[in-house]
Design a protein around this ligand. Sequence first.
Ligand SMILES: NC(=O)c1ccc[n+]([C@@H]2O[C@H](COP(=O)([O-])OP(=O)(O)OC[C@H]3O[C@@H](n4cnc5c(N)ncnc54)[C@H](O)[C@@H]3O)[C@@H](O)[C@H]2O)c1
Ligand SMILES: [Zn+2]
Length: 338
Amino acid sequence: MKITVDIPGHKYNIHLQRGILKDVHKFVDLNRKVLIVTDDEIPEQYVDALQKQCPDSYLATVHAGEQSKCFIYLQFIWNALLDNGFGRKDLLIALGGGVVGDLTSFAAATYMRGVDYVNIPTSTLAQIDSSIGGKGAINLGDVKNIVGAFHQPRAVFIDPDVLTTLDDRNYYNGLAEAVKAGMIGDAELFQLFEQLPADRAAIQSDYIEKIIEKALLVKKNVVEQDERETGLRQILNFGHTIGHAIESAGELAGMLHGEAIAAGMVQVTEDPAVKERLIAVLQKLNLPTSHDYPAEQLKDIIAHDKKAGGGRITLIKVPEIGRAERVKLPLDAIEKYL
Ligand SMILES: NC(=O)c1ccc[n+]([C@@H]2O[C@H](COP(=O)([O-])OP(=O)(O)OC[C@H]3O[C@@H](n4cnc5c(N)ncnc54)[C@H](O)[C@@H]3O)[C@@H](O)[C@H]2O)c1
Ligand SMILES: [Zn+2]
C-alpha cells in the first residue's frame, strides 16, 4: 500500500509492502551514484538486495548504536560523497534503524546544501516513526539530537519482512511509538493492541502491517499540519518529556528510546481507567511501565533540556484514548509526574 505525505513543496510516498526492498528501483531512479548508508549489524542480505538494484553504488557502514549519531560519522559520510564525486543529482539511501536514518537525513540535508535521500527503515521504531517527518540530527556529547535539520526524504520503503531478524528487545521497543500514536490520535489502533496476542510471531504475521500503517497515518496527519513543530507536532512528544529524561539518566546502559517513552507515557497519564489500559498493553508488549530513577535527577535533566524554553514546558496529556492535549506548565509543575 502507498501513503502520500503532503508537506508543501515536499510531497513523497511511503511504500509499505512485504518484499518491497527488492523493488525499490521500480519507484526511484537508481541510475545515478547511490551511497547506501547502513550499520554493521544490518544483515548483509538486505544490503545485497539493494546493491543489486544500483549499477553505481557505494557503501558507508557505521558502527551500530546511538554513539554513531556523531560528528565523526557525519564527516565520514560527507567524505564518502566527496571522494566518490557525488553531485547534486545523486542519491543517499538510509538502510537501517533510526540511527542510520537520522544520520543520513542530516548528511543529505547538508552536503551541497541538500541532496536527495531515500529512507529504508529496518527496525520497528524506524518503520513506525522515525523514517517519516524529515527530522535528521546528530548528538553532541550526551545531548541528543541537538544539531540537525529538517529534510524530507524523496520516498520511504517499508518492508515488514526485514523485522524478522531484529532481536526481541528492539522489536518491542519500536512498538511503543505505535502505542503512543494510538493514545494521541487513533483509539482503534490502541484497541488493536488490546486485542492482539502476546506473541511476537503472531504480531509479525498478522498485525504488524496494520500497526505500522495506522501509526504512520497518525504521524503523517500531524506532520502535514506542522512540519516544523511550532504547535500541533508537539503532541508526538507524548511520554517524551519524561521519557527523554529516563533515557538520558540511564546513559548507554539504560532504557532504549521506546522503553523510556513507555514508562514516560504511564507517568503522565492521570485518568485511572486510561492508565490501567495503557499499562496492560505495555506489559503485553514486554515494555516497562515504570522506572527507578530519582525524581530529582530527572527534574535536573528536564531543566537542563528545556533551558531554552524560558522556564516553561509543554506537556502532552491524553485525557481519553485517541485524543491529546497540549498544556503549558511552569517547570516545577513537572515534579508531580516524576
Ligand atoms: N527522526 C525522528 O523523527 C526520530 C524519531 C524517533 C527516534 N529517532 C531516533 O532513532 C534512534 C533509534 O532508532 P532505533 O531504535 O531504530 O535504533 P538503531 O538504529 O540503533 O537500531 C537498533 C539496533 O537494531 C539493529 N537493526 C536494525 N534493523 C535490523 C534488522 N532488520 N535486523 C537486525 N538488526 C537490525 C541495528 O543494527 C541496531 O543495532 C535514536 O537515535 C532516536 O533519537 C528519531
Ligand atoms: Zn519517540
